[in-house]
Design a protein around this ligand. Structure first.
Ligand SMILES: [Zn+2]
Ligand SMILES: [Zn+2]
Length: 689
């Protein structure tokens, strides 16, 4: 069995098993019969004979480097209760920087005796500031003055290193500890899990288990998190069984991490089982199960759980609303999203950074950039994700200049852009044809921001060139990339070739794609379309043959639209809807209206990834049916939102542009390739998709 996480792709279960010495071969999946027969052999660590360095230092106090102003010449350490108690007081009031400034006086002198309570305060200051430099200062002082902490403070010093991300030092200190207690182990294991060293964390847990055969709920929750991080449901199950045996089955921390673990490992039924067994379902428990469903694309189930949570009267927090908003973004559900937005404000999370960012993302994606901007401007604090969401929002909906403006504002406000920011702003330049600006930003990535362009940034630039029709330059860019061209890069070139009808280069790109993803249906269809359009019937027949041989079935094109919180799906030529008659009538009148405005049905189709049969009926494409249905069932001022599985065809794209003119409706569309925001007879994609 291979581990699913790419990071551990080369580690087989057996390898982990033997390094972890964990009884992975646990036979019963139902968690019963777990054998607790660990040998109580003391774990012998190679470092256990190494003495604690600070203890050794104690024997040889640091030689005094320089005569001090305070030196009275006795050579022994003095007490300075004034400074120490002042440091403690400052820390008590969370004035950490000042406390550390005061500590400088002690450092300068180097010989003052500092007691445990002052060290404890200094540890809190270092943790509060997450400052590696401060940790080093405090620790050095401790070592150089030969202070030997008792076990409580030793664990605190370990925690200080862990919390400030100094994991190598922490591990060394842990290994050299003269005696480790339960807290030391827990601190170290939690630190490893937090820094993503899951395998090491599990190994340490096993070593500890051999020593104590004991654990409390938080420790279990921590190691269960490690198994989730590794995506190893088998390990998670064994930990689950351990926890049950320890009587932690009903513990809230353990249950919540189990739900999270099972859903991350793809076993949503087990997650639901754990949730059902929880005697008291907390907010975190509900959030975990809702997030679990959402993670696996069970959006409806997730929403359903959300309403159950509401009806159960459980307090919702900003995470609940963030998850729901993310689901709404996926479902294009304005109604649910508005409700969640209202809930956020009602529950006092209107200014919460995570929830507000999700809201900005939602409004941005679905074409309500003004709403997004309003939420964004009200946020007292913004992170890079909030900025990215707004920039992408402007970009996706054809407001390239605004996107660049926000990007520049972001830089001016001192926020550091990341690769997602660049992706958003470069896409915006590409969508809006801001070619020069795009190149400038692309080049500034390495020059000014020390961010190496990744394949996705190259893909953007290929698209930018493709829009201009500079196909040769786009091809040259692919060849000059400092890495192997990716699927998306070839796909971007292919789109350019399709739009500009360059079949020669298009075929080259399509063949590349076809070779890279031999199981992906759409590649065959694209290739087929290109062969057909360029009159290469023999090659076309070959593709059809391969398709049949591989047993690949064409997908049925499907479009979803949500009306009154109810999702309706339409297939092309669909006549199964209860309102079919009305829908077809509406479509008829619509078609008549738009033909007065110059619509001519296309007879030549470059339909990308759906069944050829459907190409025969462009009139009844799923997107047209969904629009007709939407127009009938919503008030005149309401924009329509739709999602569909396939890329929109030329004919529908033309028709929808005219429909927005005829009906004065806005239509926002997420197809397989991007967002299309149709308004007043044009589309935000600039007819390039
Ligand atoms: Zn169509
Ligand atoms: Zn479009």
């Amino acid at each position: 069995m291979e581990l699913p996480l790419s990071r551990y792709q080369n580690v087989s279960l057996d390898q982990i098993q033997c390094t972890c010495r964990f009884p992975f071969s646990f036979p019963d999946p139902e968690l019963s019969g777990y054998c607790f027969s660990f040998s109580r052999r003391k774990w012998r660590h190679p470092f256990s004979r190494v003495k604690c360095s600070s203890a050794e230092q104690e024997l040889r106090p640091r030689p005094k480097p320089k005569p001090s102003r305070f030196d009275v010449g006795t050579g022994t350490r003095k007490r300075n209760p004034g400074i120490c108690s002042q440091i403690e007081k400052l820390v008590l009031h969370k004035r950490y920087p000042e406390a550390l400034e005061l500590f400088e006086i002690l450092e300068y002198e180097g010989r003052f005796e500092v007691g445990s309570s002052t060290y404890d305060a200094l540890v809190s200051a270092c943790i509060g500031l997450r400052s590696v430099r401060a940790v080093k200062r405090v620790f050095n002082y401790m070592v150089s003055t030969g202070f030997e902490p008792e076990s409580y403070l030793r664990n605190r010093v370990l925690l200080m290193h862990v919390k400030c991300g100094m994991m190598i030092d922490a591990r060394k200190m842990f290994d050299e500890m003269p005696e480790r207690d339960f807290v030391s182990w827990t601190t170290m294991i939690a630190g490893l899990v937090d820094s993503g060293d899951y395998v090491e964390a599990l190994q340490l847990f096993l070593a500890m288990w051999e020593e104590y055969s004991d654990g409390e709920s938080r420790l279990f929750a921590t190691v269960i998190r490690a198994s989730a991080g590794l995506g190893l449901v088998s390990v998670g199950r064994q930990l689950h069984s351990c926890a049950l045996k320890m009587g932690l089955g009903e513990d809230i921390f353990v249950s919540c991490t189990l739900i999270d673990m099972y859903s991350k490992c793809g076993s949503i039924e087990d997650a639901q089982f754990v949730f059902d067994e929880m005697p008291k379902k907390t907010t975190v428990g509900w959030n975990s199960i809702i997030a679990g469903y959402a993670l696996h694309g069970y959006s409806e189930e997730a929403l359903c759980m959300y309403y159950q949570m509401r009806d159960a009267g459980v307090k919702m927090d900003h995470f609940t609303f963030s998850i729901i908003l993310r689901i709404c973004t996926r479902l294009a559900s304005i109604a649910h999203a508005k409700e969640a937005h209202a809930g956020l404000i009602r529950h006092g999370f209107g200014l919460d950074i995570v929830a507000s960012t999700t809201l900005v993302d939602f409004y941005s994606k679905w074409g309500r950039v003004e709403d997004a901007r309003r939420v964004f401007d009200r946020m007292p604090e913004k992170n890079v994700i909030s900025w990215n969401a707004l920039i992408a929002g402007y970009g996706n909906h054809g407001c390239g200049e605004e996107a660049v403006e926000v990007f520049e504002l972001m830089i001016r406000e001192g926020m550091k852009p990341n690769h997602v920011t660049f992706l958003a702003v470069l896409s915006a330049c590409s969508y809006s044809g801001l070619s020069e600006l795009g190149w400038e930003i692309f080049q500034s990535m390495t020059r000014e921001y020390n961010t190496k362009p990744r394949p996705m940034h190259y893909t953007c630039m290929i698209e930018l060139l493709g829009r201009e029709g500079s196909l040769d330059e786009a091809f040259a860019l692919i060849r000059s990339a400092p890495f192997k061209p990716t699927v998306n890069m070839w796909a971007a070139l292919l789109t350019a070739c399709r739009v500009h009808q360059n079949f020669e280069l298009g075929r080259f790109a399509a063949e590349k794609l076809y070779g890279m993803e031999p199981e992906k249906l759409s590649n065959y269809i694209v290739l087929l379309n290109i062969y057909n359009s360029s009159g290469k019937t023999k090659e076309a027949a070959e593709v059809v043959h391969t398709l049949k041989r591989k047993g690949l079935k064409m997908l049925l094109a499907c479009t979803w639209i949500e009306i009154n919180k109810q999702s309706h799906a339409f297939l092309s030529g669909d006549k199964s809807h209860a309102q079919t008659e009305e829908i077809y009538q509406k479509l008829e009148t619509l078609m008549l209206e738009i033909s007065k405005r110059g619509y001519v049905p296309e007879d030549k189709h470059m339909l990308p990834d759906v069944d050829e049969r459907e190409a025969q009926l462009p009139f009844y494409h799923s997107e047209k049916l969904a629009i007709a249905f939407g127009l009938i069932n919503t008030p005149e001022w309401m924009p329509l939102q739709m999602v569909q599985s396939h890329r929109i065809c030329n004919d529908c794209h033309n028709a929808i542009k005219l429909i927005t003119l005829a009906t004065r409706r806005e239509i926002v569309f997420r197809d397989a390739s991007r967002f299309h925001h149709f308004k007043d007879g044009s589309c935000s994609c600039g007819d390039y998709w």
